[in-house]
Design a protein around this ligand. Structure first.
Ligand SMILES: [Zn+2]
Length: 373
């Protein structure tokens, strides 16, 4: 609202000055609130409208009402005020227009400019390899299961047929969570050393038959070097049903290796030992780099160490002792049988991409990783 001009009783120069100062203060305050042209028009009309604007009121209430002997002074004061009001209103218009122009400037859009390219991330070679392995087993009807990376001794060892003090526990340099000594051994927490605890966890919640693959991160107290890392990735599988035989294991893995490394690869099984499988085996595939000859031209083939075979995974028939831990959920060792297998996803990625240092996968150097994108 524009200013309401008061009537004057005292027309002395001092009283006039005081009244004029009040009016100018109101003018400045209102001018400061003007931000656009329509606001400015209201402002202008409030002060300059011929009929009832502030200046007309000043003319009527101050100049016309002044006694004869004060008319001269009041006339000068009113002229002064008129000039100030006009200047202020003019300045407010420029400000309002300026604000509008700079708003427009900000909104200006050149649609002919090329767009901003935002780089899209790509799958890490290890994750990519894991997904390829998962895809092979998905096509065979396997589903994916995952589990916690911090495990209890029970799931990581005991239920997988590693009794306390079993020598096989020494094969895995386990990272234990500190401050667990007061707990019973089976409840102590550790970083899982393999993805196998998920086998037990899944059998506890799903009745047979099951076919699952388990991808995940695992931890061992290995100092990092070209083929070791304290954090690495495993992917394993488990199939349980009635009447599963070693032949099913061989056929499944032979198919999977051909799907992963090419239909020309051959597979070979060698006896091995794992606490949770019996019998156990290592699976080898014929070297897909040298075609099994052990030579690359006149050079020896390094990935297969000139043998023509590459060790890919461990496997075996599920030990009946393992089933005893989940017997209550339908895994009667006399009725069901199954096979399990597990491989290091990082190692498979090294072989697939011909990388010779495992550390390169974990250093996060974009120059290295970009080539797999
Ligand atoms: Zn080779």
């Amino acid at each position: 609202m524009a200013y309401t001009v008061p009537k004057l009783k005292d027309f002395s120069p001092a009283a006039l000055d005081k009244a004029a100062a009040k009016l100018l203060a109101a003018l400045e305050q209102e001018a400061a609130g003007v931000t656009n042209e329509s606001g400015w028009k209201t402002f202008r009309d409030g002060w300059m409208a011929r009929k009832s604007g502030v200046l007309t009121q000043v003319n009527d209430l101050w100049l016309k009402a002044a006694p004869k002997d004060a008319k001269r002074d009041v006339g000068q004061q009113v002229n002064e005020l008129k000039k100030r009001v006009e200047q202020t209103i003019e300045a407010a218009l420029l400000r309002a227009q300026g604000a509008a122009t700079s708003d427009l400037e900000c909104e200006r859009l050149d649609i002919t400019l090329p767009g901003i390219q935002r780089p899209i991330g790509a799958e890490h070679p290890v994750i990519k390899t894991m997904n390829e392995i998962i895809a092979v087993f998905r096509n065979l009807g396997y589903s994916v299961e995952e589990g916690p990376e911090i495990e209890t001794d029970y799931y990581n060892f005991e239920s997988l047929n590693f009794p306390p003090n079993h020598p096989a526990r020494d094969m895995q340099d386990t990272l234990f969570i500190a401050g667990q000594e007061s707990k019973p051994l089976r409840e102590r927490l550790l970083l899982r050393t393999h993805t196998s605890p998920v086998q037990i966890r899944t059998m506890e919640k799903m009745k047979p038959p099951i076919r699952i693959v388990i991808p995940g991160r695992v931890y061992r107290n290995d100092p990092p070097d070209a083929s070791h890392s304290p954090v690495f990735h495993q992917i394993e599988g488990l199939a349980v049903d009635t009447n599963i035989k070693f032949g099913d294991l061989k056929g499944t893995l032979d198919h999977a290796m051909k799907a992963l490394f090419g239909s020309n690869v051959r597979t070979s099984f060698r006896p091995s030992f794992f606490p949770f499988t019996e019998p156990s085996a290592e699976l080898l595939v014929s070297c897909f780099i040298c075609g099994g000859s052990g030579q690359r031209g006149s050079d020896p083939c390094r990935p297969c160490k000139q043998t023509g075979w590459i060790e890919i995974l461990g496997c075996g028939m599920v030990d009946p002792n393992v089933f005893q831990f989940v017997e209550h959920n339908g895994y009667d060792p006399k009725r069901v049988s199954g096979f399990a297998f597990g491989m290091g996803a990082d190692r498979v990625a090294l072989l697939k991409y011909g990388v010779d240092d495992l550390q390169l996968f974990f250093q996060g150097d974009v120059r290295f990783l970009r080539q797999f994108a």
